[in-house]
Design a protein around this ligand. Sequence first.
Ligand code: LLP
Length: 436
Amino acid sequence: MNYSEWLTMKALEYRDDVLYFAGKNTLEISKEYGTPIYVINENTIRERYRILKNLLNSEYENNRIHYAVKANSNLSILKILHSEGASFDCTSMGEIYTCFKADISPEKIIYTGNMFTDEDFTFAVKNKVLINLDSVSQLKRLVKIHEDLGREKSIISFRINPEFGAGHHSHTITAGKTIKFGILEEQAIEAYSKAKEHGFEKFGIHQHIGSGVLNAQDFKKPVEKYISIIKKVAKSLEIEFDFIDFGGGLGIPYRPLKEPLDFDIYKDVVIKPFKQLVNSEDIGKPIFKIEPGRYLTAESSILLTQINTIKNNGFKLFAGVDAGFNTLLRPTLYNSYHHIIACNKKGKTSTLTYDVTGPICESGDILGKNRELDKLEEKDVLAILDVGAYGFTMSSNYNSRPRPAEVLISNKSVYEIRKAETFEELLKGQKVPEHL
Ligand code: LLP
């Protein structure tokens, strides 16, 4: 894939040296709505969902895609995916609440939390949301809450930790003996047999090995292990599974010229072994589930940010912009690469090497290190790419900076889907004791 194909895949193109995103002039958007601003392309989300759905349908029709809400929980994004037929994966009561506000019904939600509290369980049981447990010890508390509320125990799921993980950074690898998530093979039979004893009649099973996996081969080992655990549990307890969930983790190409995840390999190492399991073992007719977040939303969004200061300290060039790690944390937290391009392409000078830095009072506030860009000037606008997943949701008010607005481009119209925060909102909820 060459550079212009890579940009086209992300709905980006230059027209007369101006960057257009989803058919809209990025300079005009930045002028009208201000910077920094998250700009989201509805079409990409729909397209990615359909690609994935068709892929699953081509192999096994009884499937469900649960969008991982943590990637981007804006109501409009949830509604777009809901209208495509998606289901949802939530990790907190707040995410479930947000789904309800987007008119998503409880049957469409799986609650994969970790370190669940009784309050989490009460909320989920009252609202009839399926719970995916992450420790054998939680079962007893969950059963008690069902009984206290007089609710029927119907379906239960456990998250398995298959010990082989993968991900773009150590913080995002979620399987392995020393990792907090899920239950290990040795406890799997105990978990389901206790659930059976407590009166649960239907079962699901789940794994999620990590996030940002671009080499589909990385799913092979964990899937093999997961399937061997499923076989053991099914055989020794004679249970059937209503669903088998393979989690999310599907990566996207953040770097130019990188190829997207190879879906043929994904099919071979994930979907086909699952089909073989279903065909060869007595485990019922489970729904095949996955929980992508990043794949569905990352490439849907860019962050527009204006340069306020060009600094040459005699040693290095800095392009100082109005977005910082308060706006986009991934480069600072994970050293993640997000490609950065100018919205007014100059192409007339030779390139210079800049650190693109934000206004936060920390040296780690770097959005892009040593980037080759055409000579930049103060007031130029830059686009930071692929920020639709774990961009806004991980933003903060650090340094008392309000969070930015979000706009959605749908069929060439631009809608503001979140207003920028105000200073007043920064203080919301604070109370000053009378003696002060
Ligand atoms: N399912 C479960 C249980 C998860 O924990 C996650 C992500 C997903 C699905 C979705 O994973 P995805 O398809 O988006 O890779 N903040 C990090 C990513 C952390 C992901 C945590 N769990 C980042 O910015 O890269």
